[in-house]
Design a protein around this ligand. Structure first.
Ligand SMILES: [Zn+2]
Ligand SMILES: [Zn+2]
Length: 204
């Protein structure tokens, strides 16, 4: 059974849609890491106060710093684990944490299919990357992170597509929500572009 939200069975570890979502999250980690740096810097600037989604409270910058720590050690840990698994040499530390994290993400992205299809830990890896990215976004951003789209899912025809925002102005993924009567499929941004193109063709 795929560990993602799609509910599909018979996949090796992750299905293509959910794997695509994990990959978008992985590639987005350095960006959201830098967003979190902004959280501590803008402390005390009232117009830029960062709120946890749904609350009006100010957030302690230490939350962002702790989260950056967690992201750094988690991603570098996975990179080292994969390097050991594939008998590659150890990674080298960069001049800064951002650079080291970026290099670790690049390695994991380059060897993404190998990593995600690992029977021993591919499921845990993917879940952890999605969870980290999602949680870091909630901390780094304020305002709504999810919105219901106006048009129906092109697979099941139900109007249950909910878009999850990623980095500013960039969708992360869209899910056809089962709790709204949808089919539970997940779509990456590229797949949504394709769906939108199909809609345009149908309307013409
Ligand atoms: Zn799946
Ligand atoms: Zn659907």
């Amino acid at each position: 059974v795929c560990p993602g939200d799609c509910g599909c069975v018979g996949c090796p570890v992750w299905c293509v849609s959910c794997g695509g979502v994990v990959r978008v999250a992985l590639r987005g980690l350095p960006g959201v890491y830098e967003l979190l740096s902004g959280v501590s810097v803008i402390r005390g600037c009232p117009t830029d106060v960062v709120r946890v989604s749904g609350s009006r409270e100010r957030m302690s910058p230490s939350v962002a710093v702790d989260l950056q720590d967690e992201m750094f050690w988690s991603v570098c840990g996975w990179e080292n684990d994969l390097r050991r698994f594939l008998r590659l040499g150890a990674a080298h530390d960069g001049p800064s944490r951002v650079v080291t994290l970026g290099a670790a993400v690049q390695t994991l992205d380059r060897l993404f299919d190998r990593m995600l299809s690992r029977a021993d830990c591919g499921a845990v890896f993917g879940r952890q990357i999605m969870e980290l990215f999602g949680r870091a976004l909630r901390v780094a951003r304020n305002g709504p992170l999810r919105s219901l789209l106006r048009f129906p899912c092109s697979y099941c025809g139900v109007r249950a597509l909910v878009q999850q925002e990623g980095l500013p102005n960039r969708p992360w993924y869209t899910s056809c929500e089962q709790r709204l009567g949808g089919c539970g499929r997940l779509f990456t941004e590229q797949e949504m572009e394709w769906q939108t193109a199909v809609r345009v063709v149908i309307q013409q």
